[in-house]
Design a protein around this ligand. Structure first.
Ligand code: GLC
Length: 450
């Protein structure tokens, strides 16, 4: 036990982010933001979203589609103004079809097949909507505007297009990288005879949908973050080069490259599908926390420190990459060790401590990046700021939100009360509909330079 305790203390040192490091990472993040905005070499892509903040008065009926990982979802969204909305005819489909075993994320799937699958979801949502509202058939004078939440790194020149730079979150579908996902979706809608009925008007990242949904209800929101399977942050930039009014900028913070790295991080990165990329996300998000945990536990076990892990059926679990999800980590943190089938007694307490250290590091790194964003917007912190957050770690990982708030308080010191953090309720579909509303109802207000 003594040796286990020593090794755990060493791990605690490796994974800890001190108060000084918190501020150093924050100022490096701020520097990368500023370099990215001026198109200098930076790990932050700083993509303008071509969207301004909503004013809460957007109203009407819109279609929304959301694809950002393992599930795709569609819905009709009724925006009722004054921050109220309803999602109806909501439909969710896994990218891995449980009946046929077809995985639309696999490299042997073509872009056409993936987008036909997505257009199929929209067709089903729209058909259900018409069945329930038969009178609409004859009175709908123009196609329904569609907002498409697409949560991967893409470059835009207008709100309607998005050229995929690279896949992440283990999606590998062929023929999409380098292409405009707006055109791919329009072509798939055309193949289904839907192009006169559904009109894609906006492509949006999920951090931007989080921003829009939260800001629709609360105009003080100026930053939004996702911490779930992936991680990313956007904010309202008042001085984006080439834009004459404030625009929401997607930082693609998951790719930030300047955070302390342990041997475990290096190994995970090297064994991943995209070595060298998304290194911040690989330390923070649910997709990777379970895998870091598995590698650390396996390392301990190989040193003879965690013997009961060798009891069946544990070896199969521990030897399989990505077999431990963020959800399993949450359970480990909540479950009484006496009820656990993973390990016994003191060893289970050790597992909980490893899970806690990884969770705490994630929350502190996320806080550091948010401090960087606030400092960029308001160097002396003279004004109030509201950060809207969505994602399974913030909502469900025991202790996560508390560690994040504590680190923000530590970073902002006596001015911490100027920064409010709130859960963004609503999600991507509503945000996508708000984007469709902004783009289809208002005159374009941007004159972006090429
Ligand atoms: C990944 C994507 C990013 C997305 C985030 C959360 O980091 O690159 O676009 O916002 O995951 O889903």
């Amino acid at each position: 036990m003594f040796l286990l305790e020593q090794v755990l203390s060493q791990l605690e040192i490796e994974l800890s982010i001190s108060s000084t490091e918190l501020l150093t990472i924050a100022s490096s993040f701020q520097k990368h933001m500023e370099q990215g905005l001026s198109e200098c070499n930076s790990s932050l892509k700083m993509f303008p979203s071509y969207l301004q903040a909503p004013n809460g008065c957007e109203v009407g009926t819109f279609l929304a589609l959301d694809f950002g990982g393992s599930n795709a979802r569609g819905a009709v969204v009724k925006l009722e103004g004054e921050g109220t909305f309803q999602e109806i005819n909501r439909l969710s489909r896994p990218l891995l079809d449980p009946d046929s075993g077809r995985d639309y994320r696999a490299p042997d799937v073509t872009a056409e097949e993936l987008f036909d699958f997505l257009a199929g979801i929209l067709q089903e949502v729209f058909t259900n909507f018409l069945t329930q509202n038969p009178t609409l058939k004859s009175i709908t004078p123009r196609p329904l505007p569609l907002g498409f939440a697409f949560s991967f790194p893409y470059r835009q020149r207008t709100i309607r297009e998005g050229f995929l730079l690279n896949w992440n979150k283990e999606v590998k579908t062929s023929g999409v990288v380098g292409k405009d996902v707006g055109s791919l979706l329009s072509a798939a809608l055309e193949r289904r005879g839907l192009s006169s009925i559904i009109k894609p008007t906006a492509i949006i990242n999920d951090t931007v949908t989080t921003f829009l949904t939260a800001a629709y209800q609360d105009h003080s929101v100026d930053i939004a973050s996702i911490i779930g399977t992936g991680h990313n942050t956007c904010y309202l930039e008042t001085k984006a080069p080439g834009f004459d009014s404030p625009v929401i900028v997607n930082t693609e913070s998951g790719n930030f490259s300047d955070a302390p790295e342990t041997t475990y991080d290096l190994i995970l990165d090297q064994q991943s599908n995209n070595p060298g990329e998304q290194r911040f996300e690989k330390k923070l998000s649910g997709k990777y926390l379970g895998e870091l945990f598995r590698q650390i536990v396996l390392g301990f076990s190989h040193q003879g420190l965690l013997g009961t892990l060798n009891n069946p059926p544990a070896p199969a679990l521990w030897n399989q990459p990505y077999s431990i999800s963020g959800k399993v980590l949450s359970l480990i943190l909540t479950e009484e060790h006496s009820h656990s089938s993973l390990a016994a007694g003191d060893e289970y307490v050790a597992l909980q401590r490893i899970a806690y250290l990884l969770t705490k590091r994630s929350a502190r790194l996320m806080a550091a990046s948010l401090i960087g964003v606030v400092r960029h917007l308001d160097p002396d912190l003279n004004h109030p700021h509201t950060v809207a957050i969505d994602g399974s770690l913030y909502k469900g990982m025991p202790g996560y939100a508390q560690e994040l708030w504590a680190a923000l308080n530590e970073g902002f010191g006596s001015k911490a009360n100027l920064v409010t953090v709130k859960l963004s309720a609503g999600g991507s579909l509503t945000g996508a509909a708000i984007a469709a509303a902004i783009t289809s109802c208002r005159k374009p207000s941007y004159t972006a330079s090429e």
